[in-house]
Design a protein around this ligand. Structure first.
Ligand code: PLP
Length: 357
């Protein structure tokens, strides 16, 4: 079977065994004689998957007491709205580090005084702003820990004087996180934790119920906490694959081991970008993402972009075209991206340099 070197930004490569186990469950789910997409979500077999998945989240991320893990629909984009509706009474601050952060801020503006505390828009979001002051009267401060489009990442869990809310769509489960520093973490699953269709939310329960507005039932986190994410029919197949993906993370040795692997994988590619005269990185070095590695042709070789794209494609690289707002290339190196794929891309860059210099 042909296996591509899959560098897609999400949906993206998943652990082979998670995919394989999903194929088996599509045929016969836990010996029920039914597919996982045919069983009732109220069956004991399904409820066991939900419980296992929740407990893996708590175990792998070491989630303290007082937090709940939810599996919802609507993607991270729907969380832009949920967060503001459930938490914004008067003022909220956002760290504007890219398009996704801007979209989150736009939604919040409909609910109160929401504004950018700092922005890196002056340099097309190629760095993470530093040295800003977070006002202490905010209902919350919102960050995007990994900026999928620009290849920048906040590598440390920050100290924050107010409730810290984080969109971790593209770096969740890629490194250990001190969950106690956050009031709420959310993201679409479709990078490190499964296929599209399910959205994870980790919320500290005591921050809820503080706003004065009416919150529609489906948009109220407390509804989903009360019903263990089964107020309405959950996206069963996506949650099944998420559970299998988390089992794989645990088997790999958990987040410290996965983080070490991710640092090694990213270093291979960044070292080549920095060494190879034909390419250059686009993100500030100290803010370089371990997940999305962005690079362009160096100034003397700008006209060779299409030619390298075709060259890489011929050698099995998939999904390396950079986002239109950055251009060039983006190799997304999520947890399940094998080191062999990264080595293949590095080889391809070396070969291209040899042929063109
Ligand atoms: C950081 C970040 N936030 C939010 C989103 C939007 O996610 P969704 O498509 O699940 O709404 C994405 C999608 O790539 C993302 O990378």
């Amino acid at each position: 079977m042909k296996v591509a070197h899959n560098f897609n930004a999400g949906p993206c490569v998943l652990p082979r065994e998670a995919v394989q186990n999903a194929i088996e469950a599509l045929t016969d789910f836990k010996g029920t004689g039914m597919s996982v997409i045919e069983v009732s979500h109220r069956s004991k077999e399904w409820e066991a998957v939900m419980a296992e998945c929740r407990s893996l989240w708590c175990e792998i991320l070491n989630i303290p007491d007082g937090y709940k893990v939810l599996f919802l629909g609507g993607g991270a984009s729907m969380q832009f709205l949920y967060v503001a509706m459930n938490l914004l009474e008067k003022r909220a601050g956002y760290l504007e580090t890219g398009v996704w952060a801007k979209k989150a801020l736009k939604e919040a503006k409909g609910f109160g005084d929401a504004f950018a505390v700092a922005t890196s828009s002056d340099k097309n979001f190629s760095y993470i702003p530093k040295g800003y002051v977070i006002p202490s009267d905010l209902d919350y401060f919102h960050i995007t820990t990994n900026n999928t489009i620009y290849g920048t990442e906040i590598h440390e869990d920050m100290e924050c004087p107010v409730n810290l809310v984080a969109d971790m769509s593209s770096d969740i489960m890629s490194r250990p996180v001190d969950v106690s520093k956050y009031a709420l973490i959310y993201g679409g699953a479709q990078k490190n934790v499964g296929p599209a269709g399910v959205t994870f939310v980790i919320v500290r329960e005591d921050i809820l119920g503080k706003v004065s507005r009416y919150i529609p039932t489906m948009l109220d986190y407390r509804t989903h906490i009360g019903e263990d994410s089964m107020f309405n029919t959950p996206p069963v197949f996506s949650i099944f694959v998420m559970n299998e993906t988390l089992k794989w993370v645990k088997k790999m040795g958990g987040l410290s081991a996965v983080h070490k692997m991710n640092k090694e994988k990213a270093a291979l590619l960044y070292d080549e970008i920095d060494r190879n005269s034909m390419f250059k990185g686009t993100a500030a070095i100290e803010d370089r993402s371990l997940m999305n590695i962005c690079f362009i042709m160096s100034d003397d070789h700008k006209e060779k972009e299409d030619s390298f794209m075709a060259f890489a494609k011929e050698r099995g690289m998939v999904g390396i075209k950079g986002h239109r707002s950055v251009g060039g290339f983006r190799a997304s190196c999520y947890n399940a991206c094998p080191v062999e794929s990264i080595k293949a891309l590095v080889e391809c860059m070396k070969e291209f340099e040899k042929l063109n210099s």
